[in-house]
Design a protein around this ligand. Structure first.
Ligand code: DPP
Ligand code: ZN
Length: 874
């Protein structure tokens, strides 16, 4: 396998003006006929007509013709990756017939079968598994697609755009022709054929056009579509209001499939979704699932402009559409639910996952310079950090300026395939700002670190903040140039009141940090306490020597809700890491009473809303704590965290019970912010109570399990029974697990939760348990959702057991990765992730992990897995 470089980008020699496809879906094979109209790219200089190289994999070439003349074998070259033709004129038409076997396609890229239905996934480079083509995003074409299939087996035949013709054939088959009037790259092509039902609604756009909305699912899922439909309508409205973007086709369709590598896909007019990201009913999907569905439906819908109307020139530009669209969906969620809570959850995720990626062997800038397999770059860096970079632009130019910039961007580039440079240029041009230094965020990897110190000059009544920035080396980038970092700050006086920071009396200002070290001075009539990086204004780490008293003060006084939470996090990390050190040194453990008092205050704080209390009560995850250590000690981290959880429960037992009881009321389910917050806080309270060695807590969880009328309460009760400390929990948990499995045996997504709940618990979810569950009739060793629930659930969500010093789990994961790689390379290269962090562990574990990696390396690997394995061994 070899790498492809951004610097080698060249326009194609030919464009494809129109693409006409016909599919004859069959059980043995599917016949694909393509008629493509090519035109020479006359912006390039050509001495003579260049060869035309079309890519195509895993297909049988039946025939090829140019301008009506069938080519003989010596008039083209074909191998396992491409078909090379020699055009005779500047404009010509190819007619190519190929045969593929979707029913044998386990990679879930291209055309494949999920259950009984045909479906596609073409991003990034799946179209080349369908037919020979210029499978690159800068080739945009008008598609007309005819789908032919058995009318009984596949009554629903869908593709992009509007249906323009339907007819029955005499042989029991029928055909439907779709036309998409918008030019698009092949990665946005989609086709679905199956026995599906749909729900329908309509949306009237801002200019008064009526759009039909349909969600297609297998018949047994038809009752689970309403939530996604509501989300779709909300997103369409929001994008009109906030970005002035209107939908452009007569119909918008979503299809849910059970076998899917990613979350969902924004194919023009025909989004295809992993069923977990669309199906929800109160009784079978949690609040988190409802929220996730809302966000993903919005995300894919928003792509219609940020991705489809304006697309990417090449795959190095992936963050152009993904970073921007994640930013858009985050703002949508912030507007629909709680802005502060959304920010907290996103930052928590960024810190515990993207920061880890940015410090590991696969670290890359949001616009990578090279790749071996592009699928490996659908990463947290490209998506989440990419969104943070867009957010920083938003904060630099302000919301009105950002809207001007996005209007200019969509206007200037509608129908084009462009680059991140073009996006930034639109923001600069619309606002008259210079973002040249800022653009280093696109080219430099790694998480910048800010070291902040301060001083107060009593005589001059001046307070100075000195900020030093640095960024650790990442693969291929030993040194970094200084970033342009917007640092939002505020200052608190001794009473906790915000101090005015400038003539306008503002209490939050954004400092433009551009130098390696810069000092900012403020007038202050007393020494203030700084509140740094408010709202997490940049994806960086901040070091400042806060005392625990400072943090407790900020927790209750900071006007920035995000920093109130963040101070709580810092305090908890501080205490937990001290305990980790105590454990390692064999000292006796005691939790700092200040921490317990701080939690007591949070639990009693009337000024906080329930959602905030819930967020503050959650201790930093083990993964996040692991990031604080040079050599990760999973056992000490786990022990320290459990110890603190127990101490909090002990110290605040009554208040927790009170909260639990006051919120444990039976009312009809609504996926609305206040209801979600109530359930969340109630279930967090319960999760502390079951830390007590106390039969009453088990009874609470048991009663909740029995009474639950929604999945949030049901699964929380189940997982709290599994995790309960008191010995009476065990039998009750087993009983509840059995009941649950029986009730939900036919709901594949609920069963996935049942799997993951068991294997993420440290006492319950042993490797033996994982192996046992893999043999459960509800498990499917090929299905990505199931593999993620069970195998990744265990390997990434149960650190003490996965890293058991025996090394058994490393061997287990290696076996699974090797097995899956032969079926589904994308899935394999994601599953392997926990092993790639081997350098961070102690010597014994390092050796064991390395041995597992090397064993994988010796196999005949897919490009996907090869890239990840070789980079992590480098
Ligand atoms: N383009 C897709 C998305 O992120 C990737 N599956 O929405
Ligand atoms: Zn996306």
């Amino acid at each position: 396998p070899r790498a492809i470089y951004l610097k080698d980008y060249q326009q194609p020699d030919y464009w494809i003006e129109t693409t006409a496809l016909s599919f004859e879906l069959g059980e043995e094979s599917t016949l694909v006929t393509s008629t493509l109209n090519f035109k020479l790219n006359d912006t390039k200089t050509h001495a003579q007509l260049p060869e035309l190289t079309l890519v195509g994999e895993n297909m049988e070439l039946v025939s090829v013709a140019i301008d009506g003349a069938v080519l003989s074998g010596d008039q083209y070259k074909v191998d396992s990756e491409q078909l090379v033709l020699q055009p005779q004129s500047e404009a010509f038409e190819t007619y190519i017939v190929t045969r593929i076997k979707p029913q044998e396609n386990t990679s879930l890229e291209g055309l494949y079968k999920s259950g009984g239905m045909f479906c596609t996934q073409c991003e990034a480079e799946g179209f080349r598994k369908i037919t020979y083509y210029l499978d690159r995003p800068d080739v945009m074409s008008i598609f007309t697609t005819t789908v032919i299939g058995d009318k009984d087996k596949y009554p629903v035949l869908l593709s992009n755009g509007n249906a323009i013709e339907r007819k029955d054939l005499d042989d029991g088959r029928h055909m439907v022709t779709w036309n998409d009037p918008f030019k698009k790259p092949a990665y946005l092509f989609a086709l679905v054929g199956g026995n599906l039902e749909f729900i329908e609604d309509t949306f009237t756009t801002m200019s008064g056009r009526e759009v039909t909305l349909r969600i297609f699912v297998e018949p047994h899922n038809i009752t689970k579509c309403d939530h996604a439909m509501r989300s779709l309508k909300k997103s369409m409205k929001w994008d009109e209001e906030v970005y002035g973007r209107e939908y452009d086709l007569d119909i918008f369709m979503i299809v849910a499939v059970d076998d899917f590598n990613m979350g969902a896909m924004e194919n023009k007019g025909l989004n295809i979704f992993n069923s977990t990201c669309v199906l929800a009913r109160p009784d079978n999907a949690t609040d988190a699932a409802h929220e996730r569905i809302d966000a993903i439906v919005a995300h894919e819908y928003f792509h219609n402009w940020s991705g489809n109307r304006v697309t990417c020139r090449d795959w190095f530009q992936l963050s152009l559409k993904e970073g921007f669209t994640v930013f858009r969906d985050a703002e949508y969620t912030a507007d629909m639910y709680s802005r502060t809570v959304k920010r907290i959850q996103d930052v928590n995720f960024l810190r515990s996952a993207q920061f880890v990626e940015d410090a590991g062997p696969m670290a890359h800038p949001i616009r990578p310079e090279s790749f071996i397999e592009i699928s490996n770059f659908y990463t947290l860096t490209v998506y989440e950090k990419g969104a943070e970079v867009v957010r920083m632009i938003h904060s630099i130019v302000g919301s009105e300026g950002f809207r001007k910039g996005s209007d200019l961007y969509f206007d200037r580039h509608d129908g084009q395939a462009v680059t991140t440079e073009d996006f930034v240029a639109a923001m600069e041009d619309a606002n008259g700002v210079d973002l040249s230094q800022f653009k280093r965020w696109y080219s430099q990897a790694g998480t910048p670190v800010l070291d902040v110190s301060d001083s107060y000059d009593e005589d001059a009544q001046e307070y100075s903040l000195t900020i030093k920035q640095s960024c650790p080396a990442t693969p291929g980038q030993d040194t970094k140039l200084p970033f342009h970092i917007p640092v939002a700050i505020g200052l608190l006086d001794g009473e906790g009141e915000p101090m005015p920071l400038n003539g306008e009396g503002e209490t939050t200002v954004v400092l433009d940090l551009k130098e390696p070290e810069q000092t900012f001075t403020f007038k202050a009539d007393e020494r203030p306490l700084p509140s740094l990086l408010r709202g997490f204004s940049a994806p960086v780490k901040v070091n400042y020597d806060y005392s625990r008293e400072d943090l407790i003060f900020l927790m209750s006084h900071d006007e920035d809700g995000f920093n109130r939470w963040d101070s709580c996090q810092r305090l908890a990390i501080n205490v937990l890491m001290e305990l980790v050190a105590d454990i390692q040194a064999g000292r006796e453990l005691a939790v700092d009473p200040q921490l317990l008092a701080a939690y007591g205050k949070v639990l009693a704080d009337e000024s906080l809303d329930l959602a905030m209390i819930a967020e503050m009560l959650l201790l930093p995850s083990e993964t996040l704590l692991a990031e604080q250590m040079d050599v990760i000690d999973v056992d000490a981290i786990h022990q320290a965290r459990e110890f603190v959880r127990g101490a909090i429960a002990e110290a605040h037992k009554e208040r927790l019970q009170q909260i639990y009881n006051s919120l444990n009321v039976d009312k009809p389910y609504q996926a609305e912010p206040e209801d979600i917050a109530e359930r969340r806080l109630k279930n967090i309270a319960l999760s502390y109570l079951v830390e007590l060695d106390d039969a009453a807590s088990v009874e609470l969880a048991q009663a909740q399990f029995a009474a639950a009328s929604n999945m949030t309460d049901s699964i929380a009760a189940l997982s709290n029974l599994i995790g309960a400390v008191h010995e009476s929990g065990k039998a009750v948990a087993e009983q509840a697990l059995a009941e649950f499995a029986e009730k939900w045996a036919d709901d594949t997504n609920v069963m996935n939760m049942w799997f993951s709940t068991q294997v993420t618990d440290s006492r319950f979810g042993t490797l033996a348990k994982v192996r046992e569950l893999m043999e459960h009739p509800g498990f499917d060793k090929k299905n990505p959702n199931k593999m993620r629930s069970l195998v990744s659930g265990y390997c990434s969500g149960n650190l003490v057991n996965f890293h058991n010093i025996s090394g058994e789990s490393y061997e287990f994961l290696a076996d699974e990765v090797i097995r899956i790689d032969a079926l589904n390379p994308q899935l394999a290269s994601r599953l392997i992730n926990p092993l790639t962090r081997w350098k961070r562990y102690d010597e014994k574990r390092r050796e064991l992990m390395l041995a597992a990696l090397k064993r994988i390396q010796q196999q005949d690997l897919s490009k996907d897995l090869f890239e990840v394995v070789s980079k992590s061994l480098a």
